[in-house]
Design a protein around this ligand. Structure first.
Ligand SMILES: [Zn+2]
Length: 327
């Protein structure tokens, strides 16, 4: 599928999910203001999950407290009903429940949701149909200017980073260090590079999970709240690629502990991760705490690669409009 269309499609879902998260927070506030006892139940349930996540880091084989969880969920639903709310009022909010606003359905085989087809139709007017891969990587999209604080042009720098990512994929699983973290503002090609690595490795027959940080947290939440559990692959895939770390909703401490748990388990199994984030190293530390950030960024285990320069999409748009003006 065309990359620009893909980007616009995922942007659409990203916005939708941000809106969902705001609605979930609003409902939680509303409910807690109305019923103090219910607020306390919700608090207790959160503490329980937190306690489990913390103990699971020390003991990755620990079983989640399913029974207790079900009891809390039952009580909370019951109180919601008594307070005059729908029983599922605090469940995750989705505009399209079929794909949970990801555009993709199905567990084993991910197929496009009807809602995505609708959006794609409205985004029609496509230009080419190239897929993301090292073979299709177009260095010419990157400007030949020298970004502030750098010695070489953005394009020359990108050539180095692309080669580094390709070498990472080709040496896998013997690459050192085992993990890779790409950071820089949006539109610098991070997600594209993740796709390239994922494609190369799945072509080599490795099991690969490429997911947004949002999806990681969503899947973990669903597993905890007993809806469905499709988290196993996150823990087991030969390579886990997490796109856009920092864009997931912060569910108080739960997000932190769940992420920490995932990192710890994969590290203990020596299973590599590739992560992209728009956050700076300083922001990463303040968002995820020193403890998680230093574990993640441990230089013996993770190579940290900064990307700098101008948003490629903007640069391309400008080039296009200059071209049109010249006509
Ligand atoms: Zn859908």
């Amino acid at each position: 599928m065309n990359r620009e269309i893909m980007e616009r499609l995922s942007e659409h879902y990203r916005l939708q999910r941000a809106q969902n998260a705001r609605e979930e927070e609003r409902r939680l506030r509303e409910v807690c203001e109305k019923d103090g006892q219910l607020a306390q139940l919700i608090d207790e349930r959160r503490e329980m999950i937190l306690g489990f996540c913390k103990s699971a880091v020390l003991n990755p084989k620990a079983e989640p407290p399913q029974e207790q969880m079900r009891r809390y969920n039952r009580e909370i639903r019951e109180r919601l009903r008594l307070d005059g709310f729908p029983e599922d009022y605090l469940e995750p909010v989705y505009r399209c429940p079929k794909c949970r606003d990801t555009g993709l359905m199905g567990e084993e085989e991910r197929v496009q949701c009807d809602c995505a087809r609708q959006i794609l139709l409205s985004l029609a007017d496509t230009v080419g149909t190239q897929e993301e891969s090292f073979e299709n990587f177009n260095l010419n999209l990157f400007p030949e200017t020298v970004p502030e604080g750098m010695e070489i042009t953005q394009r020359a720098e990108m050539r180095i980073i692309r080669d580094l990512c390709e070498a990472y994929a080709d040496r896998f699983p013997a690459q050192r260090p085992q993990d890779l973290l790409l950071y820089g503002s949006s539109g610098l090609g991070k997600s594209y590079l993740l796709c390239c690595i994922a494609r190369r490795l799945s072509e080599k027959g490795n099991s690969v999970q490429l997911v947004s940080a949002y999806d990681v947290i969503r899947r973990m939440r669903d597993a905890f709240f007993g809806r469905e559990d499709d988290t196993a692959e996150l823990y087991q895939a030969d390579l886990l690629l997490i796109d856009d770390l920092g864009m997931e909703p912060m569910m108080e401490n739960i997000t932190l502990e769940q992420l920490f748990h995932l990192i710890s388990v994969r590290r203990s199994r020596r299973l590599p991760m590739v992560i992209s984030t728009n956050l700076t190293m300083k922001e990463l530390k303040s968002r995820y705490s020193e403890r998680i950030a230093s574990r993640l960024l441990d230089s013996t285990l993770c190579r940290v690669v900064p990307l700098k320069g101008e948003d490629v999409r903007l640069a391309r748009q400008r080039a296009k409009s200059v071209e049109e003006a010249d006509r």
